[in-house]
Write a protein that binds this ligand. Structure first.
Ligand SMILES: Cc1cc2nc3c(=O)[nH]c(=O)nc-3n(C[C@H](O)[C@H](O)[C@H](O)COP(=O)(O)OP(=O)(O)OC[C@H]3O[C@@H](n4cnc5c(N)ncnc54)[C@H](O)[C@@H]3O)c2cc1C
Length: 531
């Protein structure tokens, strides 16, 4: 059996800790063998070898009480604990731990839907509740409510929202629609936030803040606590829903598309965040790369143009939707259509206009009304399985979108990768999504992907566009770009970390926040494995 150990830890001592963890959750929920049981906890999409981030052990806790007992063991033995919910954080590290040897605290078994309130339109869930699970529950009960999910439906509400994830209905900014969290601190104490802090509160999940500082944000993308429950607002099913697609012929149309979308989105004429998807992105969800281009060099422009024809898509493709009643949509649709058709060559498509086998229309239309699916995941095959996402935030303007689009294109070209990209037109700011697809089994491609990733992050920061999320490998780098006021944010995070987690056991290194005293030379190192 191949085993990994926490860095610098005596093996006999670690084995004793494992015995105690087995007593807490039961032997069948403690996984140790790196060759077999721990395989589901590895990340196969990153630019590091698969065996780079192997946990020493994975522990699947089923309750708040079990987590408290796991924390006792972790504190006693100084075990670094990496918590995940559904553990599907693919493109950012998947289920992997930050460093080999960490203990993976898997919360998938905590999958109770604690409440769905149809009248007040919210749900309260545990960390293991997936989008599919909540969707099915709502369907079974017949509630007139929509969820909002990320493109891969196997993700979870808590993990995704607390990782600043996004979806496609008007409730797409997931953390904005989170309301009230239950968090366990490293000493095992449990805190409830906002109005939920009051016992007997009648408003724990319908008012985001009650009295005192608003702390929920502190537990996003951080390592100050383990989220054990959270409330989320759900969207009442609207009487009418109208999805649409506009296609555009030229790369240069991006500028005008963004100028048109900004007022439509900021003024809530379009309630969800329209996706401005490049044709290359649309096609790579639907096509096999090898059917069009068998070289490992970037697909040439004339081949892309052929794909756009085959799939009847544009250089840019804007997916969005209107929500309301037939009467309200009858007023707003002509405005939206006129504005988005004002660019020469633009075409509009409504429900029923696309062929039945149009994969992109079909899955996007579902996502924009909160029906989970896995269709987009097909794009992971494009480069051979390697898949890294980047999320620079740019002001919503044609100028900034074009600058980001053009500058990033040069970096993809320099490193020899297909430039797969889209913008999420979220209102005042837009997320410039960049997808780096490569073959993780090819050493040269992995090294180029890693160098390309670092350059993307640094170039975005140079332009003033901070990343919204970071892959495990680039957390320190991204954190270092948020250095304003003499690294004021990093210093505050450090103070909070040291106060809230003095033993330094919760997700060390998450978002570039390390426990004080964690040696510099042990950040990113792999401890020895042993057979
Ligand atoms: C093709 C593709 C498409 C994607 N599309 C989208 C998309 O549309 N929208 C989007 O947002 N993302 C998208 N992603 C990224 C990612 O796959 C999703 O965000 C996914 O939902 C994250 O996995 P999860 O929900 O299981 O979260 P988890 O993996 O459970 O959690 C994510 C991280 O949050 C922390 N965490 C989780 N639970 C807890 C807890 N209880 N306490 C403390 N910390 C915790 C951990 O650090 C963990 O690593 C996409 C990825 C790919 C490859």
């Amino acid at each position: 059996m191949k085993r990994y150990y926490p860095q610098g830890m005596d093996h006999a001592k670690f084995d004793q800790a494992v015995k105690e963890l087995q007593q807490v959750v039961g032997e069948e929920w403690v996984f140790l063998d790196a060759d077999t049981e721990l395989q589901p906890y590895l990340d196969r999409m990153s630019a590091k070898p698969i065996d780079y981030r192997v946990p020493s052990v994975a522990v699947a806790a089923a309750s708040v009480e079990e987590i408290q007992e796991v924390l006792k063991v972790a504190r006693a033995y100084s075990l670094p604990l990496w918590s995940t919910g559904n553990g599907r954080n693919f493109a950012y590290g998947g289920p992997a731990v930050k460093q080999s040897g960490y203990v993976h605290l898997d919360l998938k078994r905590m999958n109770r839907i604690i409440e769905v309130n149809e009248d007040l339109a919210y749900a309260v869930v545990e960390p293991g509740v997936s989008y599919y699970q909540l969707y099915q529950h709502i369907q079974e009960k017949g509630y007139k409510l929509w969820i909002d999910c990320a493109a891969p439906g196997w993700g979870g509400l808590i993990g995704n929202a607390h990782e600043h994830g996004a979806g496609y209905t008007p409730y797409g900014d997931h953390f904005t629609f989170q309301n009230g969290a239950e968090v366990m601190l490293s000493d095992g104490s449990v805190v409830r936030t906002g109005p939920w802090a009051m016992s007997g509160s009648k408003t724990p999940h319908i008012v985001k803040y009650g009295y005192g500082p608003y702390l929920d944000g502190m537990f996003t993308q951080g390592n100050f606590g383990i989220i054990t429950k959270a409330g989320f607002w759900l969207m009442p099913e609207p009487p009418a829903y109208k999805p649409f697609l506009f296609t555009y012929e030229r790369d240069e149309d991006l500028h005008q598309i963004m100028e048109i979308l900004r007022p439509l989105k900021i003024n809530q004429v379009i309630p969800n965040s329209p996706l401005v998807e490049h044709g290359r992105y649309t096609c790579c969800v639907q096509a096999n790369r090898e059917d069009y281009w068998t070289e490992r060099t970037p697909v040439p422009e004339h081949v892309w143009q052929q794909m756009y024809k085959d799939f009847d898509v544009g250089a840019w493709n804007v997916y969005g939707a209107l929500y309301g009643t037939d009467e309200t949509i009858a007023i707003t649709w002509p405005m939206v259509k006129q504005a988005l058709l004002s660019i020469p060559g633009a075409r509009a498509f409504e429900q029923g206009d696309r062929p039945d086998n149009d994969v992109s229309w079909n899955y996007r239309e579902k996502l924009m009304r909160g029906e989970p699916n896995m269709s987009e995941f097909a794009m992971v095959n494009w480069g051979g399985g390697g898949h890294l996402n980047f999320t620079p935030l740019t002001p919503s303007s044609g100028k900034h979108a074009t600058t980001s689009y053009e500058n990033m294109a040069k970096i993809f070209e320099k490193y020899g990768f297909d430039y797969l990209t889209e913008f999420v037109a979220a209102g005042r700011a837009q997320i410039h999504m960049l997808i780096l697809a490569f073959d993780p089994n090819d050493e040269d491609e992995r090294q180029r992907a890693d160098a390309c990733a670092r350059e993307i992050i640094l170039e975005a920061a140079r332009l003033g566009f901070g990343e919204l999320k970071a892959n495990l490998e680039y957390m320190d780098l991204v954190a270092s770009t948020y250095s304003n006021m003499d690294n004021g944010l990093a210093k505050l995070n450090q103070k909070l970390k040291d106060i809230l987690d003095p033993a330094g056991i919760l997700s060390p290194g998450k978002s570039g926040i390390w426990p004080s005293g964690w040696p510099d030379d042990q950040r990113g190192h792999q401890p020895d494995s042993s057979n």
